[in-house]
Write a protein that binds this ligand. Sequence first.
Ligand code: NAD
Ligand code: MG
Length: 407
Amino acid sequence: MTEATDTPFEIPHGPVGVTVLGATGSIGASTLDVIARHPAIYRVVALSGHRQVERLVEQCLRFAPEFAVCADSDAAQRLAVQLKTVGSQTQVLSGSEGLAQIASLPQVDQVMAAIVGAAGLFPALAAARAGKRVLLANKEALVMSGQIFIDEVRRHNAELLPIDSEHNAIFQCLPVDCAEGLDEVGVRRILLTASGGPFRNASREELARVTPAQACAHPNWRMGRKISVDSATMMNKGLELIEACWLFDTSPERIQVVVHPQSVIHSLVEYIDGSVLAQLGNPDMRTPIAHAMAWPQRMASGVGGLDLFDIARLDFSEPDMVRFPCLRLAYEAMRAGGTAPAILNAANEIAVQAFLDERLSFTAIPVVIEKTLETISSHEASELEVIMTDDRLARGAAEQLVAEGVS
Ligand code: NAD
Ligand code: MG
């Protein structure tokens, strides 16, 4: 057998320009790792980080982008000084304007949207409005403003490619053209897999004593702290359920969450003839990243082949929505519609941060979210202003619940 070529395609009009939003994070690092394997195909035009100046300096020296952005203005000043000292040509920008600018530069073809949380919404929207290929890791953007986001992608002829491993898997299991909806292509339902997180088998009493360090130690994936806690509460699967509804234009009833602790099957699509297509691979985000960047072609990602003999068995079970109420809350918020998912997301961000700061117990996270959803009324989500107002109100209500010591 001959060796497969790492980059089996050529780019006729020069290298593909890429902006990596959230370059200093886990997805950002994996993206740069993939890009570094294909220097003839991709060129890093811009990078962003929040406050991790040293990391960003290293990345700027390695990839020589035209622009680097620190969302935080003090960090941007430090970055500019450090880059100047080492003779870098990279121009430093700051704040949300800087993020929007690097997401929409004319020399940029693809934007990796890998900022965590609501902060990632506006830069991802800017990329969509500039008609880019949006590589969407930031699931919170679709959870908050699904309809608006999808409409902007269509209006500006942007391409939206899912990076979240499950959604990327579903995308790979669907026919290329399913813009008319899942019914038109004979899909019966989507099976969204979940690892179940580090506390899959923990009792309620054990869950009450969980520490941030334990919650951030995911058995299969190395990820940022917020998504690690989301995986442990299963809110990550809840956010992904909402994300899948928007990406694949379907309802929560057509999506079954399946707990699959090995994280080898990344999700499945069931068709009306009984066929079930799955995408499998080692749990490494470089696979969906390389897939989405090269689509509709393929290129090497650095991820090795799957050793089925080593894996030997795959397990599946139903999710437990009593021990993991976050998943139930996400189903309910999506069914309620309007700004309910944005309220859910905002309350979750506050509760997770409070848990990471040891101001809230693990089992109080869903309590804060549920009470916030009861307190803040949802509205029609047709305007970004309405969504951002409800996001702000939800954050206030959730902070108050944390301060009151809800449990
Ligand atoms: P991370 O915490 O490792 O990185 C987050 C990035 O966002 C960093 O570059 C950070 O500097 C930046 N950032 C944080 N707050 C910011 C702010 N207020 N303004 C601007 N930038 C800010 O997170 P991650 O694990 O890389 O996840 C990033 C996104 O991708 C999340 O939305 C997550 O849900 C999604 N995602 C991650 C994985 C994974 O395996 N890590 C998988 C699927 C989806
Ligand atoms: Mg995922």
